[in-house]
Design a binder for this molecule. Structure first.
Ligand SMILES: [Zn+2]
Length: 167
């Protein structure tokens, strides 16, 4: 599968769902829900925890199962949270700032590997709240800036050039 679109979802769970437990527990639980639907396992490609941790679900190379009629060439990302929400809500109504940063990083990361041309939310394809905000209002492709933390290598180079500039 060659992904060209990313579709955002939410788990529609309460903010405190599986609080204090490893994110792998949530991924396993979602996996069991999707198996119960007769699917081969978790339908999303990524899950973003409340604390900003991200775990893969279904491999990017495999077609997901997350939007009826739109699983071909799309990657599904699920944000934990969104219980009782609607399509008119905002990201901040349901999700944490750690999730916002993690999602932005993930979007950048996916775009380094795939030619993604569309970013959307489940609610534009179905009469559902999911992911309980308007994706087009809050996130965009290509224009995402993630603060760069200098790597150790860059720091060493900077230190050495400082040393030499004093000589
Ligand atoms: Zn959804």
């Amino acid at each position: 599968m060659i992904p060209t679109e990313i579709i955002i979802h939410c788990s529609a769970t309460r903010p405190e769902w599986l609080e204090g437990q490893p994110l792998s527990r949530a991924v396993k639980t979602i996996d069991s829900w999707h198996k119960a639907k007769g699917w081969k396992g978790i339908g999303y490609h990524y899950v973003v925890g409340r604390n900003g941790k991200v775990l893969p679900g279904r491999p990017e190379s495999e077609q997901g199962a997350h939007v009826r009629g739109h699983n071909q060439n799309t990657l599904g990302i699920c944000l934990l949270g969104g219980f009782g929400g609607s399509a008119d809500d905002t990201f901040n109504d349901h999700f944490t700032k750690e999730q916002r940063l993690a999602l932005e990083k993930l979007l950048v990361d996916i775009q380094t590997r795939h030619d993604i041309t569309i970013l959307s939310g489940h609610n534009i394809y179905a009469n559902k709240g999911c992911p309980c905000f308007d994706v087009s209002k809050e996130f965009s492709l290509g224009k995402i800036t993630v603060p760069q933390v200098p790597s150790l290598f860059d720091s060493i180079i900077a230190f050495i050039s400082k040393l030499f500039s004093k000589v």
